[in-house]
Design a protein. Sequence first.
Length: 304
Amino acid sequence: MSENLRFDGRVVVITGAGSGLGRAYALEFAKRGAKIVVNDLGGSVKGEGKSTRAADEVAEMVRNAGSVAAVNYDSVENGDKIIKTAIDAFGRVDIIINNAGILRDVSMLKMTSSDWDTIINVHLKGTFSVTKAAWKYFKDQGYGRIVNTSSGSGIYGNFGQANYGAAKMGIHGFTQVLAKEGEKYNIKANSICPVAASRMTQDLFTPELMELLVPEKIVPFVVCLCHESCKENGGLFEVAGGWFTRLRWQRAQGAFLKGKFTAEDVKKEWTKVNCFNGLNDYPTGTQDTIGKIISFSSENAKPK
Ligand code: NAD
C-alpha cells in the first residue's frame, strides 16, 4: 500500500459516526480528503431515544478539519435514506463503514423477542440496509469499499449477548458473501472485530485499559481497508490497542466412515474429529468441503 493513503474525491458514509469509533473514523477521513456522510441516530447505548446533537457536533468537527460533511439522522434500518443523503450532497458513494450499534445484554432465560429483534434490526438488518442501498452505485462505477463491524462476542461468544453475538457473527457471514459477489466489480468487503474504549465499554474496562484501547488505534487499520489500494476481500480482522491480526477457519483431521454407520461408530472417531495437530487445512468455500467428500468416497470405492 502507498505511504500516502488519500481519499480526495471519495465519498465515505460512516454510520454511528456521532461517537466512539465512528467519530474517530470521520475525523481521520476528513484529514485525508474524503467527503463524509455523518450518520447517527443519537440514542442511548441501549438504543433508546434519538437526537441530532451527536451527528451535528461531528459534522462540525469534520468541517473544522477542512473537509465537507453531510449529516443524516436516520436509523441504519433505513439505509436508503442514508445513501440518498450521500447522493444528494455529493453525487456518489465510494465507501461505507457499517459501524452503528447498540447493546441489549440479558441472559437467555430473560431475553425477550424485543431484545432479540432490536439488536438484530440495528446491527444485522442495518448493515444489510445501508449496503443494499449503496450496492447498485458500487456495481455501476466498478468500485466500492465496505468495512463491517463484527465482534468477538459473535466469533467467540460472550455471556448475556445471544442477540448481539448472533447479529455480529451474521454480519461476518454477510461480509463473506459480499466479498464473493463483489469481487468482479472491484467491491471489497471486510469485517473487523474491534476492542475499543467508548461509552459502550466504559463500564467494563479499567481506566488503564480505556487509555490503551482508544478508538484512534483502530482507525489506521480501517483506513487501509477502505483505500483503493486495498486488495483484501472477505477478511475478518481483530483490531485493538495497536494489535492487528487476521482470523480464519481451520479444519481438523476429521473422520470419514463408509457405508452404513452408527452413532457409536462416530463416537469412536471423536479424537480425529477434533484433532488439529500438525494440520494446515484452511477451507474457504463449500466447494472445498464437497471436493473432500467426493475424494474420500472415490478412494473408499476403489477395490482393495
Ligand atoms: P458507541 O456507542 O460510542 O457508538 C455507536 C454509535 O452508533 C452511537 O453514536 C449511536 O448513537 C449510533 N447508533 C446506534 N444505533 C443507531 C442506529 N440505529 N442508526 C444510526 N446510528 C445508531 O459505540 P462504539 O464502541 O464506538 O461502537 C461502534 C461499533 O463497534 C458498534 O457496532 C459496536 O457494536 C462495535 N464494537 C465495539 C466494540 C468496543 O470494544 N467498543 C467491540 C466490538 C464491536
